[in-house]
Every structure is written in structure tokens, then in C-alpha cells.
Design a protein around this ligand. Sequence first.
Ligand code: SF4
Ligand code: SF4
Length: 384
Amino acid sequence: MATVIKPGLADELRAYGSADVDKCFNCGNCSAVCVHSEAPHIIPRRSMHALQLGLEDKLKGSLEPWMCYYCGECSEQCPKEAEPGETMMSMRRWLTSKYDFSGLSGLFYRSPAWEVIAIILAALLTGIGFVLFGTLRGGSFSAYDGENAFLPAHYVHRFDWTMAIVLVILLGINVMRMWRNVMGGSGAGIGSYLSALPQLPYQFFTQAKYKQCERSRPWAVHLALMLSYVTMLILIMFFLYRMQSGPAIDWRVHAFGYLASIGLIAAVILNIRGRLKKDSPQHAHSHESDWMFLYLLLYVAVTGLLQNFLHRSGLDAAANAMYVIHLMGVVPMLVLEVPFGKWAHLAYRPLAIYFARVQALALETEAANAEKAASRAAAESTAA
Ligand code: SF4
Ligand code: SF4
């Protein structure tokens, strides 16, 4: 198939935050210092080169931008200040928009105003929806739990699960599009997919590749953020009744809730501080989506904690008000940011590492089969 060149590709990526890729003269210093650069994935030089040449299809089917953890080593070592680390980040944003079937992702990344408008709209709809629901079903605004509660846990629980199903469907469609882009025509068999499968949860929960980066603090902060978030998700999806009961503290669940909240708030504050001070190469450039991600997370964690404290203090009306305010952050964060925004990288990155492993296994199988066929042919010709 003929290679298609898109002359304006570098300009297109600029709208996603890439630096001046034309400065790159392909010296390869960046790949020499990158701990994740390993054949056949020579990052970031090859992606920079593909971008310079306008090889859109090659980039769309590439796993390499996801193999970068943005430690920033390459940007520090680049003699031309071409900012390869930030360019890899912009490629991840661009790829996210290419996987997305709805077009929302690209819209949000290219125009933060649209993202803010969408979040505000979703927040308002959520707030109005929950207030109407609580009022129309005849709940008491001064009761936080029990049947008379303004927002009883079992209704919120059903809402959470409905939202989770919608999210899985939306993200699932995008994941299938990613799979088609990167694995279509790879010829990998089911055996390769199954053998590589353990990589998926392993990479998701440990961020093990991130740990290989020279600077381990960002890895620790990222891991704390991710594990806190996952802990909170498990508590909400499976232990909401216990989380919402009270006012006495049920330490069996609340201890995890408090730890997760502290982990989230601490990691977000460290990130915000780092970005404001530009204390490392990975914090030198902050796209609007980076701020949105952090502010939403902080909003949700803080309002969640406040709601809990108000309920434990017996201030049920204030706790109900804070609960609605909290949900006004949770719903936009989950419905807009997870499938279409920065959150999607939680799925795409471990998937990319998994697909890379599948590709490697498929090549090994192909080489072994070719070797067997060659030996068989040699044996047959000797026999003849
Ligand atoms: S990005 Fe910089 S270090 Fe990497 S190949 Fe280009 S000029 Fe060299
Ligand atoms: S930012 Fe770090 S992980 Fe990413 S390409 Fe550069 S050196 Fe490699």
C-alpha cells in the first residue's frame, strides 16, 4: 500500500500541545537516554521523525507514544530543544482523539473552552437532576441515610452502576478502535493474546515500566494517585451502603476511604505544586487538560471528604447539599473525562504495552513456524 504523507501533520499536532518538531535533526540523543527505548520501539526519535514526515497512518497505528512515561530525560538531553517529551505527550492526546468515535476528545483537547462548557453543563444537569429526584420522591433534605433520606444509597448505587455500564460501553468502543488501528493486519493469533494477558493487570496496577525511569518520585506519586482512585472506585461500586451509613464511622470501609482521599489530595497537590513551580521537565509544560484533570480530582476528593465529615457530625442537611455538590463533580469527571479526556490513558497505556507484547509473541510464533517449515523442506529435499 502506498505511503500517504500529510504535510500539515506537525501543525495539527501543535493544536494538541506539541513543541516545534521542525527543530529536530534526528541525532538520536533522546533515544539513547530513554530507558524505554528498546528495539523494535525506538522512542522518541522514530515518532518525531514520523511526525516530521507527515506519516499520519504510521503514527495512528503506533504504540510508541504510549510507551513514553514523560520522565523528561530526552527533553533535557535534546541539543535542539525540540522538547521530544512534550511532543510524545501531544501525540498521546492526538491518538486519544483518533481512537474516540464521538469527536469530543479532539474538541476538548483543541479547545479547552468547549471542555469547560461541557463540564459545567454536565455538572448543572447532574445537580438539577439529583435535587429534582430527591424532591419528587418525597425524601427529606434533613435526612442523609435510611429510607427517608434525600438521596438513599440504593438509588445512588443503581445510578452508579448504570453510569459504570455506560462508561464501559463508551470506553470499550474507543478501545476497539485503538485495537483496529494498532493490531489490524498484525496476524496475531488468539494464543498470543492469551499468553500476553497477564501484562494487562500487572501494568495497570503497578505502573512497573514507569518505575524504570531514573526519577522515581513521579512514579510513586502517580502510583499513589492511581491506587487511591481505584480504591475509591471499589468502595463506591461495592460498599456504598456502608460508606453512606452512619453517623457512626464504620472503620472497615471508612479507613480505606480516608486513606484513598488523603492519597488523592496529597498526590494532586504535589502535582499542582510541581506544575506551578515547573520543578521538573515533565512539569515544564502544562496543557489545559492537565489542569482540568487535577482540579476535577481535587474538587471530587475534597467535596467527598467534606460530605463525609458533615454527615459524621450529624449535619444531615449540609451533608445532603455537599453530596449534590460532590456528585456535580463526579458525573462530569466520569462521563466526560474517562472516555474522552486525560483519564483514558489509564486504559490505553497498559493496553499499548499488552498489544506490544502480543505483537512480539506473534513475531516469535511466526519465526518459529518459518524455521519449522524450512527444516521440514530441508528434510524433504534430503529424503528426495
Ligand atoms: S528530538 Fe532532539 S535529541 Fe531527539 S533526535 Fe531530535 S534533535 Fe535529537
Ligand atoms: S520523556 Fe522519558 S520516557 Fe518519554 S521518550 Fe523521553 S526519555 Fe523516554
